[in-house]
Write a protein that binds this ligand. Sequence first.
Ligand code: ASP
Ligand code: MG
Length: 440
Amino acid sequence: MRGSGPPPTVAKFGGASLEEPERVVGYVRALREGGDGLVLVVSAREGVTDLLQGALARPRSAAEHRRVYLELARRHPELSVAGQRQLERTGRLLRDLESDGAPDGPRSDRLLSQGERLAVHWVAGRLAAAGIPATPVEADHLGLITDNAYGASCLLLDRSRTAVRRGLGRLLARGEVPVVTGYFGRSLEGRVATLGRGGSDYAATGIAALLGARRVELVKRNVAVFSADPREVPSARPLPELSYEEAEELAQFGARVLHPLTIEPARAHGIRLKVRSLDDPTVSTTIGPGDPRRRNRAITLLRPLRMFRLRVPGGRQRPGVVAEVSERLARSQVNVVQLFTSSALLCLVVEPNGAKRLVTALRPMTTDDAAVLDGPHQVALVTVIGDRVLDDLDRLPSEAVRGAQGFSATPRALSLAVPEAHGRSVVGALHRALVERREA
Ligand code: ASP
Ligand code: MG
């Protein structure tokens, strides 16, 4: 950072990795040996965000809240005085639920953010006990600004830059390790806004971009980026290097290793991301610029999903028809997972819980415009990801393509909608043809 030496490294610890505090301390010590500054971004401890979500789901249940509170106290032992105050504040927020009932978006996010607040106090305490000077930092107080989309907000980096650089720069200049909450920031309205589940990865790359960091380590437990989900495909292999674009597609298409927005700040600022496993330091995936000599293929599976086919008279040639469908779905908060189109047909793939809303949202088109909607069809979405994936079109095995209900492709992602029951075998066939046979 300007005036204060080389840019720091940012390391993010996921909730599961915090279950092994001694290893976290060892890891931090090793990272500090390089001599450059270090900023930690921390998730809530494993299961804590789920506990808080459980409390939100039963806003009137004093017994549930008591249980959650005791569990949080048990999971965060030996807190400092400031940490204790955070725990008491969590208790008050839980009690407020009982009197006020189901909370709105900002109030839900306020409670959900407590997991990370407790975690930074707890982690900073463990580091300090090991002789590493560490300071807990809450991202909303720091000035990490988001939009107002509570529960799924986006970071506004330009508005955050001055405050975040100043706040963290001051700590780094003193040789401290700032331990910053992941998962949330402060909205434009000045309230707490979470970035969506798993959002600490995204907070880490956002903060790294603000600090001019060159390197981010995402430390997870028992996680690596594989050519397929090893539970579905036992012969899946780790992918040691990915391009930003490949990683972005992988996150979008359901390899639940990274929050989907994580890559963008890294790509825009040329930051190298390293996904590491706390258990096995030899397993890692580096994410950076693409390399034409490399050939990665990863196969992902999303299911269960529902597909609808909309046939519009005049087809896609009718001006505005795609916009009309999108607007109707957006207004009803139906998230379209995938879209396949031909001239007369629009095939929409949605989550099962969006199927009813889709039918209601598009009904006016089927009555007024004589469009025909058919579905839901139970499908799985199988996607092959890799730079220049279209080079593999002639290698797609017929057993994978037969029976497909839709197909779409860009130079990096090729998706097939297949009957749900075939999802797994299609993934296996594609993995054999595009990953295993290629290497044989
Ligand atoms: N604690 C949040 C969650 O469980 C954020 C994160 O883990 O990245 O979703
Ligand atoms: Mg978590």
